[in-house]
Ligand binder design. Structure first.
Ligand code: NIG
Ligand code: FE
Length: 436
């Protein structure tokens, strides 16, 4: 039985309250920031928001959590990661500095192929332990919900192995985990020898692997890396339509490096999200703006790949699309566990406002994994997924870039990242709990 909790003495509460769906365009302008407000949590859910004295009267037995003048937000929702992998790929970082680009490295057997070779050799237990350590790091920055994709197995057994590891992580550690099957992450070398072999791999995904994934109930979404040189639009459509028919939600890695109609495909299939989009076309922007598909932008990836171009967040939001931000945590293109850094890039490189990056990392992240009715806002009835930061003004979250400011987080009222001190750069000294 969970204790009732009372969060008091926050300088600001970032509520992100609003409709329980993706916020589109102008709806992203208000993050619902409150001052002089406390939050009561009962049975793992937000019960009441109001003056501390009223809440103390309503919940006299609640355990008081003193926020010490910090900022309380909905737990951050990182809706796009590849967090289950084996070895890091730091040698590629230098290769890119020497002028070899991402696709060229992949053609030479590096990139995703290198992670696949390594992943297949590792035991489930080994991969689980590696991921567990990395998830603790992710949680320490304020992430309470994490989408994790398979996609480094690319054989029937190894993809099921990846999804089992993700399932074990969901059971054993305190973050909320959303599993996505990304069997279509790359065409493995053994299927790249002819067009017929390529077709065999697509058939394997649709006819052999998909039914097993669905029967075992180990994924909520299916995803495809749709990009020239990887999966074509027609292949992506086939895989995603079959996945949807089999009962999975659908997501797409779309228009990351070159425009190829991925965003348009996502909108036409009513995918829950279209992700990356640094090379989205005008018609892709229009298609997403007139759909409910969330445009999930991954600015850390473009930064780390050394690309000058970022996704056109401003054009997407101004056209009326819903934008989410995510880390894309993976060993090749975004080896960072720091989700708040994506908010910094959101402001500095994508020209988003504070309210927009906050909504993008909470309510819209939740919508991008189909749980906008459960998490992403501090409002009565929502799960008590919360993050506390050692700052006095929400604008500091993107401002102190690279710092670990999270001092505690909760999932459904239970500790996720244990309440402890992180960086403490500009926080007021503790105050007495008002009881009047
Ligand atoms: O989202 N673009 C495809 N997939 C990942 C990269 C995976 C990797 O390089 O290992 C991404 O950036
Ligand atoms: Fe990705």
């Amino acid at each position: 039985m969970l204790n009732d909790l009372l969060f008091v003495n926050a300088a600001q509460i970032v509520t992100c309250t609003g409709p329980a769906r993706a916020r589109k365009g102008k709806e992203m302008r208000d993050a619902g920031i409150l001052t002089n407000t406390a939050v009561a949590v009962s049975s793992g859910r937000i019960a009441m928001i109001g003056a501390a004295c009223d809440l103390l009267r309503a919940y006299p037995d609640a355990e008081v959590v003193d926020c010490h003048g910090g900022v309380l937000t909905p737990g951050l929702v990182d809706s796009h990661t590849h967090a289950v992998f084996g070895k890091p790929r730091f040698e590629e970082h230098e290769l890119r500095a020497e002028g070899f680009d991402y696709m060229e490295i992949a053609k030479r057997g590096g990139g995703i192929h290198a992670s696949v070779r390594d992943f297949r050799e590792r035991s489930e237990e080994d991969l689980f332990k590696l991921a567990l350590t990395r998830l603790k790091e992710l949680a320490s920055y304020g992430t309470t919900t994490l989408e994790i994709k398979s996609g480094y197995g690319l054989s029937v057994e190894d993809e099921l192995k990846a999804l089992r590891v993700i399932g074990r992580l969901a059971e054993r550690q305190p973050m909320r985990i959303v599993p996505t099957w990304l069997g279509a992450h790359e065409i493995p070398h053994e299927y790249r020898t002819s067009e017929a072999r390529r077709g065999e791999f697509i058939d394997l995904l649709i006819k052999t692997l998909l039914p097993k994934v669905v029967a075992q109930g180990i994924a909520r979404f299916a995803d495809v890396f749709c990009e020239p040189g990887v999966f074509t639009i027609d292949e992506a459509r086939r895989i995603l339509e079959a996945s949807r028919q089999a009962g999975l939600g659908i997501k797409i890695h779309a228009d990351e490096l070159k425009p190829c109609g991925g965003a348009e495909l996502a909108a036409s299939l009513q995918a829950v999200s279209a992700d990356h989009l640094a090379a989205i076309s005008e018609s892709g922007i229009a298609a997403l703006a007139s759909s409910n598909t969330v445009a999930t932008l991954l600015p850390g990836t473009m930064l780390f790949l050394g690309k000058a171009k970022q996704a056109p967040a401003r054009a997407l939001i101004d056209a009326g699309a819903a934008v989410a931000l995510a880390s894309d945590f993976n060993p090749g293109t975004s080896p960072t566990v720091n989700f708040p850094l994506m908010l910094t890039l959101g402001v500095s490189q994508l020209r988003m406002s504070l309210a927009e990056v906050l909504i993008a990392a909470t309510a819209n992240g939740a919508a991008a994994v189909g749980i906008a009715g459960e998490v992403g806002q501090i409002a009565p009835g929502f799960a008590a997924d919360l993050a506390l930061f050692a700052i006095t003004d929400a604008r500091e979250l993107p401002y102190w870039y690279g710092a670990r400011l999270c001092v505690g987080s909760w999932k459904a009222g239970a500790p996720c990242h244990p309440y402890e001190s992180g960086s403490n750069l500009n926080v007021r000294p503790p105050e007495a709990v008002p009881t009047g």
